[in-house]
Design a protein around this ligand. Sequence first.
Ligand code: ADP
Length: 317
Amino acid sequence: MREPGAPLPDLAIEARGLEKTYRGAGKSPPKQALKGIDLAIPRGSFFGLLGPNGAGKSTFINILGGLVVKTGGQASIWGFDITADPRNARGAIGIVPQELNMDPFFTPYESLEMQAGFYGVPKAERRTDEILDAVGLLDKRDAYSRTLSGGMKRRLLVAKALVHTPPVVVLDEPTAGVDVDLRKQLWAYIKTLHARGVTIVLTTHYLEEAQELCDTIAIINHGAVIACEPTPQILRRLDKRTLVIVPQTALEAPPPALADLDAVLRKDGALAITYGSGARTVEGLLDRVKAAGVAIKDLSTEEPDLEDVFVALTSGQ
Ligand code: ADP
């Protein structure tokens, strides 16, 4: 445990050159899931770890939680090295896992009490009813888990991650398959935790979710951090739209008059112009297109595909 009165760490989580290579099962080759992750997550932040499926987010989280053993580099939680001081490191973090894996024969009350026992929380310090109340499950306190709805189970997982009052809470893809109401409820509660000073780390492959909640976003792709910036800054980089124009008469190539724009001619004959919405207006672009002699038959706009953004960022565009 941290000495009473000791200063709080500046970083809730720190990773330096963190690596993981999974040994291949059977004939499958080894898989390098993390290729030297460097991340510094400040105490008190609401931090988003964003990346497509297979990027390495869960591997990172599971290393922090002690479920996966790193093969290189270092990580610490609340100043405790996960290898040198695993007990304290694990005691400082609460992880809400993706899967709904819980024992159907225990009640929410029993599940939380067991979890508290697992973390060595003395009986006098347990806050089981308070936590159940906070996640809206107090009236289900003594119901069997198998009788709970999916949303209730999800909330029970959040509750389980909180029994030892960790200063750092990690949510691994918390809203995958969760309905809108529950999502709102979950976020409201997570926000109150954050307001109380808890550091929140959220992994997601939804840009919108990260954008709405997080003050800082790190983007991870193919096991490497490719960007880590305050949210507004990263959004500016992702702020691209594409204007798709179907011309009246087929074009052979993008008009030379539009050479200064990011304009391409698609296979289906559409002229696609990608632009930063902060920098240009659709109206201005349409004027340019018309001035270039293109008669417009139809038009639409496209939002950026996160996958494209990852590709763009990784290739250094
Ligand atoms: P994410 O959480 O971002 O979707 P993961 O951390 O689950 O990514 O996976 C990262 C990469 O590691 C993927 O290519 C995945 O297939 C691979 N991987 C994950 N777990 C294992 C494992 N137990 N054995 C082998 N490869 C794994």
